[in-house]
Design a protein around this ligand. Sequence first.
Ligand SMILES: [Zn+2]
Length: 170
Amino acid sequence: MFRQVRGDIYTYLNLKTGHPIQLYLKDAGTFMSLVGKHNSTEQGYYQVTEKYQMRRGVKSLVSGTYTIYVLSALSPPYFRNTVAHELAHDLGHELYPAVQKQEDVEGFAEYVSAIMNSYWGNDNLNQEKLENREKDYAYAYKKFLKIGRKNGLGGVLDYMEKQNRTAGAK
Ligand SMILES: [Zn+2]
């Protein structure tokens, strides 16, 4: 199902990375001790470790480890939603590395996973995004809905591109 979600994001949104991603399912206790300090509402966690080298002033990637942890025993719709959200973090990391602002990082992931939820016929999960107890997430999602109101995903990608340029120029 993980591979299917990744494939659907590519097929439907034409977004992908070539990262080999390891997926781990963790029971609630292990999941909380693993990511609890980072996050209180997500049922998944994206972790990346990359090694770079500098040669003649050029920075290049030597190796990378990409991991997604997902809470075990989620129903298929919640699993897909969570995986789509975490895969959006992987996309964001690759395509817009300079974007670090929490609101943009999470808003982008919520927006992408929401489009996919609609694609899979799970619009009810998007209503839950709006009512997220974690107000920062609800706010970030609403912000991205607004950005995407005119041109949909295209408008959102333009926004991320622009944020990446601005942040990268600093
Ligand atoms: Zn997230």
